[in-house]
Design a protein around this ligand. Structure first.
Ligand code: NAD
Ligand code: DAU
Length: 349
């Protein structure tokens, strides 16, 4: 069995679905079900004996210790986090609690469990981090590699950086078999519509403004979520304990390019009744404070050492993503009720 934390979120749920489609090793999913956690993402696993859900917090030391001793996982994969940069700007406290304190408590429980294992028993702790810990790049700078110094710029990325340092320290100090992955912006099915791509698809279909922060020339390196899941499986299987691996999509785009491409695909797939383009809904809004200008990942280490490469191009991945949202409007409707409306009113006031 493997323990996945945050498995009801965007990447975690894609990971569990991907894992069980490749593998019969059971999954225990520990998730606190914050606004970002959604068990509907995993509805297809109902009745599957390989899957167990536990509702709880990674910072709950006794709960986690009990789960580890009862289920004896061969690995912990830590996806649980507060993940939205804009929310961290409005209220950093939850980010400190989960991303720093939560990861610390999880590490402590994992250390006690790992120390109690008979010699030779397999165990790995894989921590999912982000490229945002490296800070921001100018247009001509080389992409982030595993040696790039940490320079986090938002409360979110600072909290992720702190958790990465703790994970690293547990290897150096205690010899724990930890691995860390730093990936770029994921996109794909089950992406919560507070993030750029699903927000734009949702707003376009609702006839609402498509908000572009600042001049829209910020660059992200987009990675299709199933490619990311594949990379995580590969690192778990063959990564070297104590090492970090950068995972990127080889897909640098400006935000304006991304939003324009989404409008073009929607114009083709779901033309508006009045014949106008969705791009007329594009609206420039106040920039995010401290907005990082460019992220880019140098993924040569994972390519050369572990033989991983992304399978999707941006064009193929974004088309699959738009199709998924068009076919899953009931999912979108479900997650965009209640608290979601409150957030959107506050953020885009
Ligand atoms: P998400 O916000 O969609 O999901 C996070 C999940 O964690 C939710 O299911 C939530 O309920 C759960 N959770 C939050 N606090 C918890 C706690 N204290 N205990 C247990 N569960 C808790 O996030 P995501 O986009 O799926 O990101 C997953 C991980 O990948 C995060 O660590 C994030 O920092 C990292 N990451 C994400 C991206 C991206 O583009 N989405 C890119 C790089 C790295
Ligand atoms: O780089 C990895 C990171 O990618 C992850 O660590 C984070 O968890 C994840 O949320 C994501 O962070 P970003 O801030 O890059 O993603 P977001 O979708 O919020 O924004 C993408 C870009 O689009 C960013 O430059 C801000 C911009 N943006 C975003 C929103 C929500 C807009 O222009 N308008 C918007 O309404």
């Amino acid at each position: 069995m493997i323990l996945v934390t945050g498995g009801a979120g965007f990447i975690g749920s894609n990971f569990i679905l991907d894992w069980l489609s490749h593998n019969d090793e059971p999954v225990l999913n520990l998730d606190a079900l914050t606004y970002a956690g959604n068990l509907h993402n995993l509805a297809s696993l109902k009745g599957d004996p390989r899957y167990t859900f536990v509702h709880g917090n990674i910072a709950d030391a006794s709960l986690v210790a009990g789960l580890l001793s009862r289920h004896a996982p061969t690995a912990i994969i830590n996806f649980a986090a507060e993940s939205h940069v804009d929310r961290s700007i409005h209220g950093p406290e939850d980010f400190i609690q989960t991303n720093i304190l939560g990861t610390f408590r999880l590490l402590e429980a994992a250390r006690a469990y790992w120390s109690s294992l008979p010699k030779g028993n397999a165990f790995r702790f894989l921590h999912i981090s982000t490229d945002e810990v490296f800070g921001t790049l100018s247009p001509a700078d080389p992409a982030f590699d595993e040696q790039t110094p940490y320079q986090p710029n938002s409360p979110y990325s600072a909290s992720k950086a702190a958790s990465d340092h703790l994970v690293r320290a547990y290897h150096h100090t205690y010899g724990m078999p930890v691995l860390t992955t730093n990936c770029s912006n994921n996109y794909g099915p089950y992406h919560f519509p507070e993030k750029l791509i699903p927000l734009v698809i949702h707003n376009a279909l609702q006839g609402r403004p498509l908000p572009i922060y600042g001049d829209g020339q910020q660059i992200r390196d987009w990675l299709y979520v199933r490619d990311h899941c594949n990379a995580v499986r590969r690192v778990l299987e063959a990564g070297e304990p104590g090492q970090t691996y950068n995972i990127g999509g080889l897909n640098e785009r400006t935000n304006l390019e991304v939003v324009t491409l989404l409008c073009d695909i929607l114009d083709e797939r779901r033309p508006k009744a009045d014949g106008t383009s969705y791009s007329h809904q594009i609206t420039y809004v106040t920039d995010r404070p401290g907005h990082d200008r460019r992220y880019a990942i140098d993924a040569r280490k994972i390519q050369e050492q572990l033989g991983w490469r992304p399978a999707e191009t941006f064009d193929s991945g974004i088309r699959k993503t738009v199709e998924w949202y068009l076919e899953n409007q009931a999912w979108v409707k479900d997650v965009t009720s209640g608290n979601y409306r409150h957030w959107i009113e506050k953020q885009y006031a």
